[in-house]
Design a binder for this molecule. Structure first.
Ligand code: COA
Ligand code: AMP
Length: 632
């Protein structure tokens, strides 16, 4: 048995001592005066008084031992290009781009939005902001103009960094028109936009506002790291909340650096100098923590991959990257493995590559279903680890800590809480539930370093969303249970969030889009189980009285509206026109019951239902559309 139990117990008994010791792995300009400031609960701050620079910790500090070691390998399955940067080269590129940003007036505390595909310049832009003490906010490229505009209005960036296009299989995604569209919608305007021109499709620039990346960098003076307080924000990352308004998750500099560095060795079990690959996107939290900051803080070589697990060109794409670059640890979402398994069920492509250096696979973003976990274990012959976390926490809440000695794997469970996370399963009355009883999963405050200290410009929203439901605890929004051995099982969300191919989306936001269609009287969107993507959204609409247009036409417009307003990433392909929606007598739509019907699961007719016959109508419509197979 490894060291997990001792380490975990120590982290809860004496968090100051535990994280104070972990903080010695970071280079401080001024060491923190205090490890944990508990003076203003429920707001806790880590490493108050500490001064550091995160980008210097990622790059400059490694130069004496690792200047010639690769820091970043950018591998594009879309263009076939591989670009490599040593630590020295990456530091120089980051310092130069920081100089370019400074020349455009960007200073410590200013916000910079980064809306880019998976190119090394995205990483350079993030680290350049960190070097200046400017706060980056990366927006995932699969979001459409309206989502980008919402984030621009909230973050109020001084500058936006973007690219002419992204590359998706079979199509070029022109980013610049999406950015222009967002700026037309936004009330806030940045002073400048820096645009990386990609050869696949160049963009037209707006004179006076836009400048090309090359032009911005030409002649820029490399900028030194700017000292920032441990409690200063490093970045804002917007994530789906329970309404159309995304939440601006704030990450601070000090706690983030300390926590991520700790996770690299003790959770992921990697050493400086090794090659670590998170097959995600820089627009998601996994990309922030484990493409960019974690591996670089730890002195690893990180891989940035532009492509898919299948179809670019085949289901061997991941094995090609692992073999070619000597990857020891891969982190991705279970949906990627379901896609690979579907195309290569016997793992024939796996055996074509030399995976001798590959040691462990980590999966997150959604629950790893046991058949996928077992298939991956059998095919790869390495530990396959489901671990659970959220944008808010920035690093795993529960995992199997490879670096502390692995615990026995129980398929379906992300194993046990990680240090600093005092995870409780609570009932309606806030009392802790016993083993195997499903409840709301909460974390007793204080949260460990690296977790969100608040929401951007919205302390009240932070308290309301996360700290009110269970006083003294952080509400994760997930429901589940612990078994008698203390293993956690994460079963569902307690709110309207769904996970589509590992991407977090709000059905409430999609309902807002459907409701804005002139022919729609009311609507509901639910997440329905999907073999590949885990869940996909399905919309139900009731049209207004007197609407006589063909249903198919309305449906086509609804699908297009969600794509235009939220983005292709929502994967919203199905809208069903129904006569009525099932509701309680007080008018609440019974989305949970609709979901059970759609998934073909057993359901009971709620006692509070207004008209039980509507459930039968919903089941019929779903069956006609190919859902609800077992509830017939
Ligand atoms: N820019 C623009 N569009 C994007 C995009 C981006 N960065 N990323 C995705 N999209 C588009 C896709 O082109 C697709 O559009 P389409 O409806 O026209 O086909 C849509 O958004 C959905 O994309 P995706 O979720 O990637 O689904 P897919 O069907 O193309 O591929 C998988 C399915 C399983 C292969 C894919 O989801 C995958 O690799 N998932 C890995 C999960 C992951 O990285 N999760 C991040 C958290 S760890
Ligand atoms: P995100 O903020 O996009 O990382 O999404 C976080 C949410 O994804 C969590 O609150 C869970 O609902 C879900 N999730 C992430 N990882 C897991 C996992 N390993 N098991 C179950 N659910 C997960």
């Amino acid at each position: 048995m490894g060291r997990y139990a001792d380490v975990y117990e120590r982290s809860l008994r004496d968090p100051e001592q535990f994280w104070g010791e972990a903080a010695t792995a970071i280079d401080w300009i001024t060491p923190p005066a205090q490890v944990l400031d508990r003076s203003n609960p429920p707001f806790y701050r880590w490493f108050r008084g500490g001064v550091l620079n995160t980008a210097a910790n990622c790059l400059d500090r490694h130069l004496p031992q690792r200047g010639d070691q690769l820091a970043l390998i950018s591998d594009s399955a879309m263009t076939g290009e591989v670009r490599r940067f040593t630590y020295r080269e990456l530091r120089d590129a980051v310092a130069r781009f920081a100089g370019a940003l400074a020349r455009q007036g960007v200073q410590k505390g200013d916000r910079v939005i980064i809306y880019m595909p998976m190119v090394p310049e995205a990483v350079i832009a993030m680290l350049a902001c960190a070097r200046l003490g400017a706060i980056h906010s990366v927006v995932f490229g699969g979001f459409a103009s309206r989502e980008l505009a919402t984030r621009i209005n909230d973050a109020k960036p001084k500058l936006i960094v973007s690219a002419s296009c992204g590359l998706e299989p079979g199509r070029i995604v022109p980013y610049k028109p999406l950015l222009d569209g967002a700026l037309e919608l936004a009330s806030h305007q940045p002073e400048h936009c820096i645009i990386l021109q990609r050869e696949a499709q160049r963009a037209e620039l707006t004179p006076g506002r836009d400048l090309e990346w090359e032009e911005a960098v030409a002649g820029a003076t490399p900028h030194d790291p700017v000292p920032v307080a441990a409690t200063d924000p490093l970045y804002i990352l917007y994530t789906s909340g329970t309404t159309g308004q995304p939440k601006g998750i704030v990450r601070d500099n000090g706690g983030h650096a300390v926590a991520l560095r700790w996770t690299m060795r003790f959770i992921y079990g990697v050493e400086p100098g090794e090659v670590y690959w998170a097959a995600s996107d820089v627009g998601w939290v996994v990309g922030h923590s484990y493409i960019v900051y974690g591996p670089l803080l730890h002195g690893c070589t990180t891989v940035l991959y532009e492509g898919k697990p299948v179809g670019t060109p085949d289901a061997g794409a991941f094995w090609r990257v692992i073999a070619q670059h000597g990857v020891v640890t891969l982190f991705t979402a279970p949906t990627a493995f379901r896609a690979i398994r579907r195309e290569d069920p016997n793992g024939e492509l796996i055996r074509r590559y030399d995976l001798s250096r590959f040691r462990a696979l980590f999966l997150a973003g959604e629950r790893t279903d046991p058949p996928t976990l077992i298939w991956a274990q059998e095919q790869l012959g390495v530990p396959v680890i489901d671990h659970w976390w959220q944008t808010e926490t920035g690093w795993p809440i529960a995992a199997n800590p490879v670096g502390l000695g692995m615990l026995p794997v129980k398929p379906g469970s992300p194993t046990k809480p990680m240090p600093g996370y005092d995870v409780r399963v609570l009932g309606e009355d806030n009392a802790e539930l016993g083993p195997d009883q499903i409840g709301s999963i909460a974390i007793r405050l204080p949260l460990p370093p690296g977790c969100l200290p608040t929401l951007w410009n919205n302390d009240a929203g932070y308290e309301k969303s996360y700290l009110t439901r269970h006083p003294g605890h952080y509400l994760t929004g997930d429901a589940g249970y612990k078994d008698e051995d203390g293993y956690l099982y994460i079963m569902s969300r307690v709110d309207d969030i769904i996970n589509v191919a590992g991407h977090r989306l709000s059905t409430g936001a999609m309902e807002e889009v459907l409701a804005s269609h002139p022919d729609v009287a009311e609507c509901a969107v639910i997440g329905v189980a999907d073999e590949l993507k885990g869940e996909v959204p399905v919309g139900f609409v009731v049209t207004k009285a007197g609407v006589t247009r063909p249903e198919a036409e309305i449906v086509r417009e609804l699908v297009e509206r969600v794509r235009q307003q939220i983005g292709p990433v929502a994967a919203f392909k199905t809208a069903l026109v129904v006569k009525r929606l099932p509701k309680t007598r007080s008018g609440k739509i019974l989305r949970g019951t609709m979901k059970r019907i759609a998934d073909g699961r057993e359901y009971t007719t709620p006692a509070t239902i207004d008209d039980p016959a509507i459930l039968g109508e919903i089941a019929e419509v779903l069956q006609a559309a190919g859902y609800a197979k077992r509830s017939a």
